[in-house]
Design a protein. Structure first.
Length: 163
């Protein structure tokens, strides 16, 4: 309940901003993790929100203080990092909200190849196996789990892993 005094400079309390949930993230070494953090504030008129990263953020991780755009290109892997995002308002007093999320850094995928007679066995740990008739594509997903066996007497195919 807010109590107002007539003819006095009445101020409503400053509610803290809120951050939308940030789910756990995955990134492959050599790629950039990028997404926009969503925040809101119930104040009228709206207050300016400023984004930042908490202590212990991985080296090179950045967040745009105005847009909330997060970007990070990991330099080593495999690894797991916890990142805290903080949003602060410019109210009196300034209030903030924090959300933490986990980032798992994977090594680039490998495709295991074993030839046994007229068959080729492909295996992979993560990602989706794709095939094409030409090296330049177009590639299409192979609806199969690892390992996948190819009959070498069939027509020529090219394979890759899509993350």
């Amino acid at each position: 309940m807010v109590i107002c005094t007539p003819r006095a400079a009445n101020r409503l309390p400053n509610p803290a901003p809120s951050l939308s949930a940030i789910g756990d993230q995955e990134v492959t070494l050599g790629q950039t993790l990028a997404f926009t953090v969503e925040a809101s504030d119930a104040d009228e008129p709206a207050q300016q929100l400023v984004f930042g990263l908490g202590e212990g953020a991985p080296a090179g991780a950045e967040i745009n203080p105005i847009s909330g755009q997060f970007e990070w290109r990991p330099e080593a892997g495999p690894a797991e990092h916890w990142v805290a995002v903080i949003v602060s308002d410019d109210g009196q007093p300034s209030l903030s909200a924090t959300q933490s999320f986990r980032v798992v850094v994977y090594l680039p995928p490998t495709l295991g190849v074993v030839i046994e007679g007229e068959q080729l066995r492909l295996s992979w740990a993560r990602g989706t196996l794709q095939e094409a008739d030409e090296a330049a594509g177009p590639y299409r997903d192979v609806p199969a789990q690892s390992p996948f066996t190819v009959d070498l007497t069939e027509s020529r195919r090219f394979y890759r892993i899509r993350l």
